[in-house]
Design a protein around this ligand. Sequence first.
Ligand SMILES: Cc1ncc(COP(=O)(O)O)c(C=O)c1O
Length: 411
Amino acid sequence: MDVFEKCRGFYSDPAIAESMGYPANPQRAKELGVYPFFIPLDHAEGTEIVIDGHRLIMLGSNNYLGLTMHPAVREAAVKAIRDFGTSCTGSRFLNGTLRLHCELEERLATFLGKEEAIVFSTGYQTNLGVFSALIGRNDIVICDKENHASIVDGCRLSLGRMRRYRHNDMQDLERVLKACPEDAGTLLATDGVFSMSGEIAPLPEIVALCEQTGTRILVDDAHGIGVVGGGRGTAHLHGVADRVDLLLGTFSKSLASIGGYIAGDKATINWIRHLARSLIFSASLPAPNVAAALASLDLIEKEPERVHQVNVVADQLRTGLKNMGFDVGKSVSPIIPVFIGNAMDALKAWRFLFDQGIYVNVAIPPAVPAGQSLLRLSVMATHTQEQLDKVFAAFLTFGQSMNLRDSAELG
Ligand SMILES: Cc1ncc(COP(=O)(O)O)c(C=O)c1O
């Protein structure tokens, strides 16, 4: 049997796509005009994009503060290219550490109220490196069931075990904590702001439970930094930053760049620095990306009104959609899901909005469980009232045409 045979079948054979958990094979979705992935943007201007000559309002980006187009951020990146070139061409461990990386690490540690921080090339690699370095054979990572895939992959790469509790369910967490053997080292890992539902982890309760069993805590605040807690994230929002051991995050959202970080006490960060394989065996974050993250951090500290504004825009969109009868779940952040249910309905909804000039993301199986497909909307501090009005008008037409409110199949 040719090992590549399944790849050819995946594109065109519905049975193979289905066996992999996909609702339709890519070819069929393309024929139906509902294939939403890998669409090239010809132009991106923050809140608006151009695809094939059509201008759309961008409601699917994690550019929460709208800083990717900010002159100071762009200028910092350009200057860094002039000063250091386009790549570090080596790992942080060897020739790939610039003074700029150290400056960003110091700034982040101070901003987050931790002793030290270390910067990785992506958020994904940060989770791979941190869990595989920290979790030994006798250790257990306790995960929320809706944690980001990169946490799960980091745990899989470690020698330890993973135990999962029902999403944000404190009774179930208590059960899982009690079931851990006393001699095991335990680390709880949770998203701060959940990347699909826009819900926030109940950190005060999590901290209280973990303290009873001596369980360490890591919060992945990829979607929390720059967005909640005055920009310092979920642990600061809840006033428990000093009781959360490790704060992890990314630069690929509010910080208008790419990269990831982990912040905590000196000894733990030093261990990670010397043992995280995704840091040591991969080239370091290029200078323009470090500089863009630094410039974004400056803006968050000096002009915190953007952090406030993204939440104002989110509240407005969420309330408007709710009032139209859409199910936006329990979102309390700039990530707003619109639950559709059936995967093909979600793909059709995505296409309908696209034709109305609104770009949203769509999540279908295997990214979400069967029957729980959704549109994922995310707002920026820079979205205007005029743009929001257009979004509401499009959703109104969408609601009427899909008969969303009383369609039995959308369940
Ligand atoms: C919670 C969470 N952690 C980690 C990541 C990975 O970050 P990056 O895309 O910067 O690699 C993401 C990405 O969306 C995320 O949502």
